[in-house]
Design a protein around this ligand. Structure first.
Ligand code: GDP
Length: 289
C-alpha cells in the first residue's frame, strides 16, 4: 500500500460518491460523521462541508478545500551546512525506522551521513539501528545499553567534523517524563558545545494510526523540548488520514515528513499537494482502485 491508500478508498466511497448532487440534510449528517470517523476534527469537517455547500459539490472544489485546510508546508532544514537532527518519540511509533529511512535518503543524495544510536535505554535499539544501516554508505556511532548517550553524541560529533548530517536516534521511553526530558536536554547541550545552531531539527515521530489524544500525550511526555517538526509514520495501511488536516490546528507544529511503509524508500517530505493528490488520485478521479 502507498501513501494514504486506506484513506483514499474511504474518501472515494464517501465524499466523492456524493459529488455532483446537492446534499440532503441526512447526507450532510452522514458525511460529517464519516469525516469525523476518518479523524477530521469537527472544525475541519464542518469547514469542508460548508465550502462544498457554498461552492459546489464537485471534485475541483473538494481539491481546493482540502488544499486550503491542509497544514502549511515547511521544509526540513537544508543540510548544506553540517546539521544535527534529533529524532524523538515514544517506543513503537517508527522512530528507528525513520532514522534509517532518512539515512538512506541522504546517503542517496551523496551526503556524508553519521547515524548516532543514542537510545541506550531500550535493549534492542542499538542492534536494530546498526543492522538497518550497516549496508548503507554511512557512519554508525553507538554504544552499550545503559551507557551515556551524551558521550555517544560527543564522540560522533568530535570524530566526524566532515559530516553533513548527523541523525540521532534518541530514547523513546524512560521511567518518567521528567527523566526523558532531562535526557533530551542533555543531548541538546552536547550539541550546543559544537555549534549554537545544533540541533537544527528536533523531529517528533507520531504513529499516523493513532488519534489526537495519543498525540497530545506524546507531546506532553516531552514537554518543553523544542520540537521543530512532526514525522507521521504508518500513513499506509489503517491510517485514517483526516488527522493530517487537523494536526496543525490542534498542535501548531508543522508536519515535515510522512512515512508510508516499512521499506527504506517509503518516506517523503510532507507536501499538501502530494497528500491531496494521494487522496483524490491525480485526476481527482471517481473510481476506487
Ligand atoms: P521505534 O520503537 O519508535 O523505534 O519503532 P520502530 O522503528 O522499531 O518501528 C516499529 C514498527 O513499526 C516496526 O515493525 C516498523 O517496521 C513499523 N513501521 C515503521 N514505520 C512504518 C510505516 O511507515 N508504515 C508501516 N506500515 N510500518 C512502519
Amino acid at each position: 500500500m502507498g501513501l494514504l491508500d486506506g484513506f483514499k478508498a474511504f474518501f472515494h466511497q464517501t465524499v466523492l460518491k456524493m459529488q455532483g448532487k446537492a446534499l440532503t440534510p441526512e447526507e450532510e449528517e452522514e458525511l460529517l460523521s464519516k469525516l469525523i470517523m476518518a479523524d477530521f476534527s469537527l472544525k475541519k469537517a464542518q469547514a469542508l462541508l460548508e465550502q462544498i455547500k457554498e461552492k459546489g459539490n464537485n471534485v475541483d472544489v473538494i481539491r481546493e478545500v482540502l488544499l486550503n485546510e491542509a497544514p502549511p508546508f515547511e521544509p526540513l532544514r537544508d543540510t548544506s551546512v553540517p546539521s544535527v537532527f534529533f529524532i524523538i518519540g515514544v517506543n513503537g511509533v517508527g522512530k528507528t525506522t525513520t532514522v534509517a529511512k532518512l539515512a538512506h535518503m541522504y546517503a542517496k543524495q551523496g551526503k556524508n551521513v553519521v547515524v548516532v544510536g543514542a537510545d541506550t535505554f531500550r535493549a534492542a535499539a542499538q542492534d536494530q539501528l546498526s543492522t538497518l544501516v550497516n549496508r548503507m554508505p554511512v557512519t554508525y556511532v553507538g554504544g552499550e545499553r545503559g551507557s551515556d548517550s551524551g558521550s555517544i553524541l560527543y564522540k560522533a560529533l568530535s570524530e566526524n567534523p566532515q559530516a553533513s548530517v548527523f541523525l540521532v536516534d534518541t530514547a523513546g521511553r524512560i521511567h518518567t517524563s521528567r527523566a526523558l526530558i532531562d535526557e533530551l536536554s542533555k543531548l541538546i547541550k552536547v550539541g550546543k558545545k559544537f555549534s549554537e545552531e545544533f540541533p537544527q531539527e528536533v523531529l517528533l515521530v507520531l504513529d499516523g494510526t493513532q488519534g489526537i489524544q495519543g498525540y497530545r500525550q506524546a507531546i506532553s511526555f516531552v514537554q518543553g523540548t523544542p520540537i521543530t517538526g512532526l514525522v507521521l509514520t504508518k500513513m499506509d495501511s489503517t491510517a485514517k488520514g483526516g488527522m493530517i488536516f487537523s494536526i496543525w490546528d490542534e498542535l501548531k507544529i508543522p508536519v515535515k515528513l510522512v512515512c508510508f511503509g516499512q521499506q527504506l524508500d517509503d518516506i517523503d517530505f510532507y507536501s499538501p499537494q502530494r497528500v491531496v493528490d494521494a487522496v483524490l488520485g491525480n485526476n481527482g478521479g471517481g473510481n476506487n482502485d
